[in-house]
Ligand binder design. Structure first.
Ligand code: FCX
Length: 435
């Protein structure tokens, strides 16, 4: 079938039957001991959530429903004449676990194009927000305001049975994904193009090509870059701040608009999604100080000085990964193909050579290797999207694919209100003494 909802209506009960059997056998099985270090350490490596859409291996990087990025690039349907998978295809994969056919991916494009219109109050809201309000905060506000359209909230108020919650989460998620490019493009236009260039959604174009056009970019290679960008940022298992925030808020049966707006608020943090903006600020500072005629030694000294001033190297390190991020690597491949002589790309490549050793020398970061954010800004800048404080909005458009597919499953699986137990330090001291 090319009808995603129909496919899910069969998959969800089958998966729930599997979970029921598993839990009957293993509900009391112990999988981990919790240490005091984990409790104070931001719950690093503490097993505490179920996320079906993707899993992160600390060496290999992300696998979307079991498929690595290179496998997705090979197997998922592409746009006409393109080499990168279309995000519609990764949406199908994240939702179902299956590699879609071209017809299935195209059905998503058609569905999203038909759902893209924005309600008038959101257009008005975006028009009155001040220029001084960062694009990510405008994004949070607009997505929360779209909640007036929530079918989930309406169904809950009507008292629909719990087993059907996922169907309304699905409708809201599909509508929100369809609307996000327009919301993001209006923010871009209002802040950087005097409100002038938002086009209309063309029913013959895919989600990424439409998004590029709405933003005012018509280069087909930029559309390919956008497809790559939107696919690789889609999901990074469940514990990262944006995915976890969406899951947590959704567990209170807040609707997908509110849940996703919480996710974007988390993504706006400098230790999370904002790092792709911060990376370009960092690169720009290096260029301002050293130009493009630096030696590796001069660059190394600059990075050391930056670290000694107490700042992090944005785009390096990760809470889970312990090798170069697969998302960094595929962006590097794109750059080697399309912009091998770009000065900023050369800077990013030279930093890749020297920074891991400098971070090891400093001896603090557990992972000295680059993450996704070390590369993305350079690619966007090359194609003329130079407004760095907008970059995380693109991340936010993409991350919706992961957060919302998982949200549909969370409601489908009937996952409960998330409510971990917290303790005061006094309480932990007592617990430790008694252990
Ligand atoms: N530069 C300098 N110091 C770093 C560092 C970096 N890139 N990465 C980690 N460190 C430091 C930490 O600041 C910490 O120092 P402290 O003990 O004085 O507080 C120490 O090394 C140990 O941190 P570590 O356990 O390795 O890392 P965490 O799990 O706490 O944090 C992030 C992971 C990603 C937040 C951290 O590596 C960082 O700040 N990186 C720079 C920002 C960044 O690139 N964020 C994007 C990450 C990601 F891809 C995303 O979510 O978008």
């Amino acid at each position: 079938s090319t009808n995603l909802k129909e496919v899910l209506s069969k998959k969800i009960p089958a998966h729930n039957a599997k979970i029921k059997e598993f839990r009957t056998q293993h509900n009391s099985t112990i999988v981990q001991n919790v240490t005091i270090d984990m409790i104070y350490g931001g719950m690093r490596s503490m097993k505490g959530m179920v996320t079906e859409t993707s899993v992160l291996d600390h060496e290999e990087g992300i696998r979307f429903r079991g498929y690595s990025i290179p496998e997705c690039q090979k197997l998922l349907p592409k746009a006409e004449g393109g080499e990168q998978p279309i995000p519609e295809a990764i949406w199908w994969l994240l939702c179902t676990g299956d590699i879609p056919t071209k017809a299935q991916a195209d059905a998503i494009t058609k569905d999203w194009n038909a759902r893209a219109a924005l309600p008038a109050h959101v257009l008005r809201l975006l028009d009155v927000l001040p220029e001084s309000l960062h694009p990510m905060k405008q994004f949070v506000a607009a997505v929360a305001a779209l909640n007036s359209e929530s079918k989930f909230a309406d169904a809950y108020t009507r008292g629909v049975p719990k087993v059907s919650y996922w169907e309304y989460a699905y409708e809201d998620s599909m509508n929100l994904l369809a609307q996000l490019p327009s919301v993001a493009a209006i923010i871009y236009s209002n802040l950087f193009r005097n409100g002038s260039v938002v086009g209309v959604v063309d029913s013959n174009k895919d989600w990424s090509a439409n998004f590029c056009n709405l933003l005012g970019f018509n280069d087909p290679i930029f559309s390919e870059l956008m497809r790559l960008y939107l696919v690789i940022h889609a999901d990074h298992e469940g514990g990262n701040v944006s995915a976890h925030a969406c899951h947590l808020v959704g567990s209170a049966l807040s609707d997908p608009y509110l849940s996703y707006s919480a996710a974007i608020a988390g993504l706006a943090g400098p230790l999370h999604g904002l790092a792709n903006q911060e990376t370009l600020v960092f690169l720009s500072k290096i260029v301002a100080d050293l130009g493009h005629g630096y030696t590796e030694d001069q660059l190394g000294d600059w990075v050391r000085k930056h670290l000694h001033s107490g700042q992090v190297v944005p785009g390096y390190g990760h809470a889970v990964l312990r090798k170069t991020d697969a998302r960094y690597e595929c962006q590097r491949q794109f750059a080697l193909k399309h912009l091998p002589n770009d000065d900023l790309f050369r800077l990013v490549s030279t930093l890749y050579k020297i920074t891991p050793n400098i971070l090891l020398e400093q001896g603090k970061a557990k992972n000295p290797w680059p993450n996704v954010d070390a590369h993305s800004g350079v690619l966007l800048t090359h194609f003329g999207l130079t407004e760095m404080n907008y970059y995380t909005v693109l991340f936010g458009v993409s991350r919706a694919l992961g957060c919302l597919s998982q949200l549909i499953w969370a409601r489908g699986m009937g996952l409960p209100l998330e409510r971990p137990k917290s303790h005061s330090t006094e309480g932990l001291i007592k617990l430790a003494a008694a252990a």
